[in-house]
Design a binder for this molecule. Structure first.
Ligand code: NAD
Length: 355
């Protein structure tokens, strides 16, 4: 595709990618200018975080293992205190988007260097975006200072990511790339990364589904998630992310699964208006991106219907109202009727028709 005009910005970020890359954790802490790191994780990954601290000895100032989904401000307050008490001068986030969100919240407020050891495919480790929740309201901000300084991708650390989470998280990553293709500020570099990222995940996820310990498939998925996350962190998202944000906030739905269910439907909604931008991705799915993504999700056992997440059909009108409240760029005009029809199809889990 020829591109007439674009603006391209690249952000500095160091990435170390290898099976076994975690062995370089101490070097990477030094590379971001840190001496003693506070290590963050969720309660579920606490034992891993403590093992990490033991591995780096004096470079670890402590472990705070209370990260929660959607970065509640109460947790951030506790973590800020732990950071101050520990005498740390940098942050290591070990985990997925929830832990990374907490790491960003602390690093941003302290202007501290932040190294992420990424263990899901959500992509937050390479973005300048921070979502924080107060009184059940999630506020999202973008600031270049939010982006971590460095990332370790070690596919060995993802071997234990349960298949259902791997699939949902991988589809979440694909959603970043799909919306990046038709972003108003898309450019040739982000579009290349988007298509490469989608192809990597399309190929890797069935391999993980067959054998979660397949290191080659895990490597390819992590590579794809890095590319898709970079797209998310580079260009503006549209209807799909807006709807997931609205649904997640209003109904407290699981983040990655909501993305996985909605994606085929938001793609179908925008398919005609964004046909040229989506064409390279559609080609990966035999020309039918919405249907192809739906089939991929189904073949991997991912949820495909909002009703399976416990969403009541009566809620859909309210969600559609909220989603059209504040205008934002999207290839196709976003109307209450259009969004409601999209949500009805996603609620029932109907395969989008080929367009
Ligand atoms: P998560 O971080 O909430 O992780 C889910 C669970 O899986 C946690 O218990 C975690 O400890 C566990 N886990 C993570 N990696 C594991 C592994 N390798 N093996 C075993 N268990 C593992 O899930 P997520 O989908 O990565 O993140 C979701 C959150 O991230 C949401 O709050 C979302 O809004 C946010 N997010 C932010 C951005 C951004 O750019 N700011 C991007 C994507 C997602």
């Amino acid at each position: 595709m020829l591109t007439d005009s674009f603006v391209y910005n690249s952000a500095p970020l160091r990435v170390r990618f290898a099976a076994g890359a975690l062995g370089h954790l101490g070097d990477e802490i030094a590379a971001i200018g840190g001496a003693r790191a506070l290590i963050l994780s969720t309660p579920y990954q606490k034992a891993d975080a403590e093992a990490l601290a033991a591995r780096i000895g004096p470079r670890a100032a402590g472990v705070f293992a209370e990260a929660r989904m959607h970065t509640p401000v109460e947790t951030t307050a506790l973590a800020l205190q732990a950071y101050a008490d520990s005498g740390a001068d940098c942050i290591v986030s070990y985990g997925g988007g929830s832990t990374i969100g907490l790491g960003k919240a602390i690093a941003w407020r302290n202007d501290a260097p932040h190294l992420v050891v990424a263990t899901t495919y959500a992509g937050s480790e390479v973005t300048d975006i921070l979502g924080e929740t107060e009184d059940r309201v999630k506020t999202t901000r973008r600031d270049p200072r939010i982006r971590p300084e460095a990332v370790i991708y070690d596919p060995q650390l993802t071997l234990g990511l349960p298949v259902a989470m791997s699939v949902a998280s991988g589809l979440n990553a694909i959603a970043h790339a799909v919306e990046g293709l038709y972003a108003t500020d898309a450019n040739p570099v982000t579009s290349l990364m988007a298509v490469e990222g989608i192809a990597a995940l399309q190929h890797a996820l069935p391999g993980i589904h067959r054998n979660p310990s397949d290191l080659a498939a895990r490597s390819e998925a992590l590579y794809g998630s890095w590319l898709c996350g970079t797209v998310l962190g580079s260009v503006a998202m549209a209807l799909h992310h807006k709807l997931c944000h609205t649904l997640g906030g209003a109904l407290d739905l699981p983040h990655a699964e909501t993305h996985a269910i909605l994606l085929p439907h938001t793609v179908a909604f925008n398919a005609v208006a964004a046909a040229a931008a989506l064409e390279p991705a559609a080609r990966l799915f035999g020309g039918d991106l919405g249907g192809g993504l739906y089939d991929l999700a189904r073949s991997l056992g991912a949820p495909t219907a909002l009703r399976d997440l416990g969403v009541s059909r009566d809620e859909l009108g309210r969600i559609a109202d909220q989603a059209v409240k504040n205008p934002y760029a999207n290839p196709r005009e976003v109307t209450q009727d259009g969004v409601l029809a999209l949500l009805e199809a996603a609620w029932a889990g109907i395969r989008p028709a080929r367009i």
